[in-house]
Design a protein around this ligand. Structure first.
Ligand SMILES: Nc1ncnc2c1ncn2[C@@H]1O[C@H](COP(=O)(O)OP(=O)(O)OP(=O)(O)O)[C@@H](O)[C@H]1O
Length: 472
């Protein structure tokens, strides 16, 4: 009976050893005296010792820089700490083993055998997470638009810049010419891409948009060019068409082209030159007939100099270059755009549109709009829902916009309206001076030399005034 019990025990111990030896992780178990009770073979192999022979030896004599004895002493777990062994930085964890509250030993594991491996796995996990997030978003969003819903008539504005732009767009729309739309974020590049498609001979064919910055790098190729069944693990049955195939006969809009990784730039260039795409896992290319429109807010010429954007691709996509002016350069359009957005919100919600007070409108006109039309749209949406008595006073606009434009000549009352301030002539003149300096600074985007020049004063006087008004 005794013999059979001990043989069972040995069998069980052998089973556990076999399992622990099969792990990639390195495992060490010590007793309450910090003497090795168990060392798995992969760890022993790395340390250059015999797993059976080190049993009973002090862990500090066998493993360099170990802290297992400290885990025993303190009874506290240490997770994912760096431990240098034989010149490599390992990522190790240590846990006390307790029995009825007493520490009777400790178990230690080394999960990553050097920090390089850890970084590699870390970026692999990041890529997996990005892929997961992208797929979830794709699933949540309604069907991807395969047709364009804007027309030139939906573009609001009658500034000279917009009129010229609309004329250019009308001219280039037909004839399949490749267009590169440039402009700051929120200036309407996507809107214009839709309009070009709508005005082209391809208006009834699909309009497919791809945001090159939003797709994880490892998915870009299959998203753009599609894949065949069985091309990789997780590939859908029957394969999947890429954006190029979906846009066949229509327009492909590649937004944020400046963010396309170099490896994909080479592939895209090949497709544009050959006019055929090869799905991932396929051996035979298929012809594609698309009109290409691209957009970016990034300085492609600088990216070329820095080596992150291919010059040959730049020439391919930059056949006709259309620049969209920032909103601050077409202030004439602000009132019309504001009215347009408030009316659109009113139609959407069934609520009557509130009106901007004169002070609020002045603030909109004076602001420098770094986020352009999208920022205006967002600000008005927030104001629309908080407006009372069908009025949008200055106080309902965001603080950064108010601060930027808030005249030091005025005071905002609790009712949200602005009233002329009173005071001695000197006080009012000081406020006017401070206001002029702030205005000049914002118009020159913080460039003090330019601001001083604009005000017609020397740089040293400008600095004196900055310090007088506590603007530095
Ligand atoms: N002239 C315009 N008239 C009416 N709405 C406009 C106009 N220009 C832009 N918009 C609106 O402003 C928002 C931003 O425009 P859009 O997405 O086209 O900008 P974008 O330049 O492509 O921005 P990003 O570079 O950030 O992608 C959209 O809701 C769009 O409908």
């Amino acid at each position: 009976m005794k013999t059979s019990q001990s043989s069972k025990l040995r069998q069980a111990a052998d089973t556990y050893r076999t399992i622990l030896d099969a792990l990639e992780e390195w495992v060490v178990v010590v007793d309450h005296n910090a003497r090795i009770f168990f060392l798995n073979r992969p760890y022993a192999r790395f340390l250059g010792v015999n797993a059976d022979e080190v049993k009973g030896k002090k862990v500090t004599d066998v493993i360099e820089n170990t802290r297992m004895h400290i885990t025993i002493e303190k009874g506290v777990a240490e997770r994912l700490s760096i431990q240098k062994i034989r010149g490599s930085n390992m990522i190790a964890s240590r846990f006390p083993i307790t029995d009825q509250g007493k520490v009777i030993g400790a178990v230690g594991t080394v999960i990553f055998h050097d920090t390089y491996e850890w970084k590699r796995i870390n970026s692999h996990i990041k890529a997996l997470l990005a892929e997961h997030e992208f797929r979830a978003q794709e699933k949540n969003s309604q069907e991807l638009p395969t047709s364009s819903h804007y027309r030139l008539a939906d573009i609001v504005g009658d500034s000279k810049a917009i009129k010229e732009l609309n004329q250019t767009i009308t001219q280039v729309a037909s004839g399949d010419v490749t267009v590169l739309l440039r402009g700051e974020s929120g200036t309407g590049k996507e809107l214009y891409a839709h309009a070009i498609h709508q005005l082209s001979e391809r208006a009834d064919a699909p309009f497919i948009k791809v945001n090159c910055a939003a797709i994880p790098e490892n998915l870009l190729e299959s998203e753009l060019f599609g894949y065949e069944e069985g091309a990789f693990t997780g590939a859908k049955k029957g394969g999947k068409a890429g954006k190029f195939q979906l846009a066949h006969g229509g327009t492909l809009f590649l937004d944020e082209i400046g963010d396309l990784p170099l490896s994909m730039q080479a592939k895209l260039l090949r497709v544009l030159q050959e006019r055929e795409v090869e799905a991932v896992g396929s051996t035979s290319p298929s012809p594609v007939n698309i009109r290409l429109i691209t957009a970016t807010h990034r300085p492609l010429e600088t990216l070329i100099k820095e080596g992150t954007f291919r010059e040959d691709l730049y020439y391919r996509i930059n056949v006709v270059n259309v620049s969209l002016p920032p909103l601050r350069e077409r202030q004439e359009d602000i009132a019309k755009l504001a009215e347009h957005f408030l009316q659109a919100l009113s139609r959407r919600t069934g609520r009557r549109a509130p009106k901007l007070t004169a002070q609020a409108m002045t603030a909109l006109l004076e602001y420098h709009w770094p986020g352009n039309i999208r920022e205006l749209e967002n600000i008005l949406e927030a104001a629309f829902f908080t407006a009372r008595d069908r009025k949008i006073p200055l106080s309902l606009l965001p603080a950064n916009l108010r601060d930027h434009t808030q005249s030091e000549l005025s005071v905002v009352h609790n009712d949200g309206n602005v009233y002329a301030a009173t005071g001695t002539l000197k006080e009012q003149m000081d406020r006017a001076e401070k206001h002029a300096i702030k205005q000049a600074l914002s118009q020159s985007f913080g460039n003090r030399t330019l601001a001083a020049k604009q005000l017609g004063i020397s740089k040293s006087t400008f600095y004196e005034k900055l310090s007088k008004h506590q603007l530095i």
